[in-house]
Design a protein around this ligand. Structure first.
Ligand code: TXA
Ligand code: MG
Length: 331
């Protein structure tokens, strides 16, 4: 069954808008993961985002905008490929890195001269951005709404448990727009200097980008701008996680001395004879796998296991974005 979002509540949108205009922090639902939003023109509010996440100040933030018309208000020297990508994939899970205009503060970009722009398709955040943007296309900075390095949130519950709402937590409001449809962070393409490169893999695949652009889109080199999602260890549960090939999986789980929490395909789960803390069936289709991945990691992490075992996924290009998340979670 294809998941749907709850109907947009205009009162909640208005409350979120006012909170943001007053410099507050609001967790917002997007089609990928929940974001920790602040008014991108408000330095104090943006700085509070870094504090709330515990994220290093030199890691740049994505500016979320209401539509393609906003691009010229935040970026300059926009190449034709970037326009084409935005026209094709926005609103949707694609982030485009461009040369920044002066309007975009260095407090947003971690001192870099580029800005990452994304126009999310989630109806609640679309409505919020439309309500907020105005003639100068105000934007929202929003990193994923999790503590730095931890599992990204795909539901309001994840955000409430991790960052929480004041006074005990760190946020002014959580805008609950249901469970995120895609479940992993947006694809990021660097169009800020010359030929586009992929900074982060996501639901929009390399093949889709190449089909639209008509040429190869390689991964960004290791000299690419700083991006937390490129750190070796990221998206990590507290419990140690190992990725294992199908052949060795059952044996490894059964011979493990502590409590194991596992995620594997049904055919593998059926072979496990020992008791486990939790068993999650891994979806066979990549879209479904991505959608449930972070929820699964949250559940596995909460199961009081001593170790998490995950069956290795297929070695195919369309699984690349999921593999990235899994390897960083296991690092
Ligand atoms: O799907 C998403 O993109 C989610 C939702 C909330 O929109 N956002 C998200 O933000 O994943 P965050 O901050 O968790 O990850 C964005 C990544 C970070 O690794 C950041 O360092 C990198 O993008 N980044 C941001 N601006 C950049 C820039 N100008 N150049 C290179 N990397 C940039
Ligand atoms: Mg993140």
């Amino acid at each position: 069954m294809k998941p749907t979002y709850p109907q947009v509540d205009p009162q909640k949108i208005e409350q979120a808008k006012q909170t943001l205009l007053n410099g507050g922090l609001v967790a917002i639902p997007t089609e990928t993961v929940y974001g920790l939003a602040a008014d991108a023109d408000n330095e104090a509010a943006v700085n509070a985002t870094f504090e709330a996440k515990g994220r290093p100040k030199n890691h740049p933030l994505i500016v979320h905008v209401d539509g393609i018309d906003a691009v010229d208000f935040w970026a300059k020297d926009v190449p034709p490929e970037a326009w084409l990508l935005a026209q094709t994939f926005w609103p949707g899970p694609l982030t485009i890195v461009l040369k920044k205009k002066d309007r975009c503060g260095e407090f947003v970009t971690g001192g870099q001269d580029s800005v990452a722009l994304r126009c999310p398709s989630h109806p609640w955040t679309q409505a919020l951005l439309k309500a907020l943007a105005g003639a100068d296309h105000k934007g929202l900075t929003a990193p994923s709404a999790n503590a730095f390095g931890r599992i990204s949130p795909t539901s309001a519950k994840h955000v409430a448990e991790d960052l929480g709402v004041k006074p005990n937590g760190k946020l002014d409001m959580i805008l609950d727009g249901g469970t995120c449809m895609f479940g992993i962070e947006s694809t990021m393409v660097d169009c800020s200097n010359g030929r586009p490169t992929i900074l982060r893999h996501g639901i929009i695949s390399r093949a889709e980008l190449e089909k639209v652009l008509g040429f190869e889109v390689p991964d960004a080199g290791s000299d690419a701008p700083r991006a937390s999602g490129r750190l070796k260890s990221h998206y990590a549960p507290k419990t140690k996680l190992v990725l294992l090939d199908s052949e060795e999986f059952v044996n490894a789980v059964e011979s493990f001395e502590g409590k194991a929490a596992v995620m594997a395909r049904r055919s593998i789960l059926e072979k496990i004879a020992c008791e486990t803390a939790l068993e999650i069936e891994a979806p066979e289709q990549v879209v479904e796998y991505a959608r449930i991945l972070y929820e699964a990691l949250h559940q596995l992490d909460d199961s009081n296991a001593d170790r998490i075992f995950i069956e290795m996924i297929p070695d195919a290009p369309e699984w690349r974005a999921v593999l990235d998340r899994l390897s960083r979670a296991a690092a």
